[in-house]
Design a protein around this ligand. Sequence first.
Ligand SMILES: Nc1ncnc2c1ncn2[C@@H]1O[C@H](COP(=O)(O)OP(=O)(O)O)[C@@H](O)[C@H]1O
Ligand SMILES: [Mg+2]
Length: 237
Amino acid sequence: MRLPFGIEKLDSALGGGLDRDTVNLITGRSGIGKTILAAHWAAQGAKDGRTVVYIATTIGRKSCESYLGKMKFMEDVYHKINWRFVRIEAKYLLPLTPEKLEESTVSTIGMKPSEVDMIIFDSITDMDKALADPVLYRLALRYLSRLCYKNDITALFVEEAPMKGEWSETKNIAESVIFLDLLRVPEGYQRALRILKKYRTAHPLEFIPFEITDEGIKIKEGRYIRKDYEFVFRGEE
Ligand SMILES: Nc1ncnc2c1ncn2[C@@H]1O[C@H](COP(=O)(O)OP(=O)(O)O)[C@@H](O)[C@H]1O
Ligand SMILES: [Mg+2]
């Protein structure tokens, strides 16, 4: 069972969408399109009659409504999504135990977790900042994942990729990872996404170009690959 984004070419590259009852990740730098992509997934889920919870830490109720609420793909479904606008603070998480995290998350969700089909955490980077410790952060993500698996919730984490330095370990926890990036191309810059990982699916390895309009994310024609390469095939002697 797959849960689609409602973006045809992306869904087909993913083999139909995100696998049900898995934990998934969208990562990329600020302003690249992570929230809009996650919102597509939420909208499609609501359209399909699923119970969707969107936990938003980077945007307030009003700006969300005037931003995502106005996008074409949100038409008729914006109010079917259970939006939760929260600020993550260390005191809600510490001392970090599975029980404490579960309690905070369930109270944020505001309904029985067993009634939820899909959940979006946008963004978990705010949890990283609140905990300010990579080991605690990794643990928190494991507890969060466990809560989702236990309740048959399909989860989508949104995480900001660092401008430089080490990436977090979230991509190791997730069963699929979609990386959004800005490519330097001869014509200037191009938004593109790359499926870094997707269990059980033979997915494209190239960058898939996209643009953002009032209608949301539109996948463009063609693929991008790096201009230079390190290896060439020789065949057998
Ligand atoms: N209506 C629109 N038309 C064209 N581009 C838009 C529109 N709305 C947002 N964008 C682009 O999307 C970017 C923000 O996307 P978002 O998903 O919020 O990013 P983030 O990765 O930080 O979550 C903006 O910086 C802008 O470039
Ligand atoms: Mg965002």
